[in-house]
Design a binder for this molecule. Structure first.
Ligand SMILES: NC(=O)c1ccc[n+]([C@@H]2O[C@H](COP(=O)([O-])OP(=O)(O)OC[C@H]3O[C@@H](n4cnc5c(N)ncnc54)[C@H](OP(=O)(O)O)[C@@H]3O)[C@@H](O)[C@H]2O)c1
Length: 313
């Protein structure tokens, strides 16, 4: 099968389109015939070796963290789907989604929403779950919450703006000048252009500051948080973990980090919002598998508008 392969960590020059054996599903696994794969910042971070503590040194590696397609085969004990079912799947650090076939544990395979394309469905599990988990589980969002989303025009941010509106929040989106219309169109009540205004210094306060692109630290955001407000970022590191620890034992403003892991109930919630037309997958560009390097380069530029996907015919 055709696959996007690396034989060492490095820049985009280590990325090759290779011929790899079709994997066989073991007990508890589903073989997905991949029709599209979502491209995320985690993919080029893995390619660079930044996450090698999790991805180890075994090569060749097929890149890719999430996909959508059809169930081609199932291993023993799998009763969740029949062959031919349309699904979305998250491979996580097992990787392998940038290929014509991938084996995924059945707990990480979910029914695809009926009203969207495979490219859109392939782009839900990483960014959609991160935004949902941040706002719902970490931020305890509720109707009337004042929410600021930094990086509102990116993959996670475009989900976050819409999810916050679904929960009845008042949403301030922070983005660059080229993306103001985009974030207004998906429901932002207020927009701050980060090239003109620093939201941490405006005097406004928010119940939730979700830094979807992790560009501002808790210390910078503290003043812009309401007395019981919560700051959430997407890059767990030493600083945020220390703040998380300290603020967890003190009353008042909190700092937390979100880690995505798609659970059945959360993916069902996203699917239902998509099928009701309340949540759209905002797509930037879809590339053919052969242009995986270009897709990774666009993601690595840090200026994607919504999601990037690979189409796998
Ligand atoms: N913890 C987890 O489980 C988890 C899950 C998913 C993602 N993440 C991480 O979350 C981060 C965001 O992911 P993503 O998929 O949303 O990335 P993305 O799609 O690449 O984000 C791109 C967007 O960020 C905006 N941006 C860049 N610099 C900005 C700034 N200084 N202020 C405000 N916006 C800015 C860009 O807008 P302009 O073009 O206007 O600058 C662009 O629209 C990544 O670091 C990713 O690795 C973590």
């Amino acid at each position: 099968m055709k696959a996007v392969v690396i034989n060492s960590y490095g820049g985009n020059d280590v990325v090759e389109i290779g011929d790899m054996p079709v994997p066989s599903p073991r007990a508890g696994e589903i073989l997905v015939r991949v029709r599209a794969a979502g491209v995320n910042p985690v993919d080029w971070k893995i390619r660079k070796g930044e996450l090698r503590i999790l991805t180890r040194m075994k090569f060749p590696k097929i890149l890719g963290y999430e996909c959508a397609g059809e169930v081609a085969d199932t291993g023993g004990r799998v009763t969740k789907f029949l062959k031919g079912a349309h699904v979305m799947a998250s491979t996580g650090f097992r990787l392998g989604a940038f290929a014509e076939y991938v084996c995924v544990p059945d707990i990480s395979v979910f029914q695809k929403p009926v009203n969207i394309s495979f490219e859109e469905a392939a782009s839900v599990s990483v960014a959609g779950i991160t935004a949902y988990k941040a706002l719902r589980k970490k931020g305890n969002i509720s109707p009337g919450s004042k929410v600021l989303i930094n990086g509102a025009s990116g993959g996670v941010g475009t989900f976050a703006v819409q999810i916050a509106k679904i929960f009845g929040a008042e949403v301030t989106a922070v983005c660059g000048p080229a993306n103001i219309d985009l974030v207004k169109n998906i429901g932002a009540d207020h927009v701050i252009d980060y090239t003109l205004e620093d939201f941490t210094k405006s005097g406004a306060q928010y119940d939730i500051i979700f830094d979807a692109v992790s560009k501002r630290c808790f210390c910078e955001c503290r003043k812009a948080l309401a007395p019981r407000g919560v700051y959430i970022n997407t890059l767990p590191g030493f600083s945020i973990l220390m703040h998380q620890l300290m603020t967890s034992v003190l009353p008042g403003k909190k700092a937390v980090s979100v880690m995505m892991f798609p659970k059945e109930e959360d993916m069902k919630w996203l699917k239902s919002q998509i099928e009701q037309g309340r949540l759209k997958v905002v797509m930037d560009r879809v590339f053919p598998l052969e242009q995986a390097k270009e897709a990774l380069a666009l993601s690595e530029s840090g200026h994607a508008k919504g999601k990037i996907a690979l189409k796998i015919a």
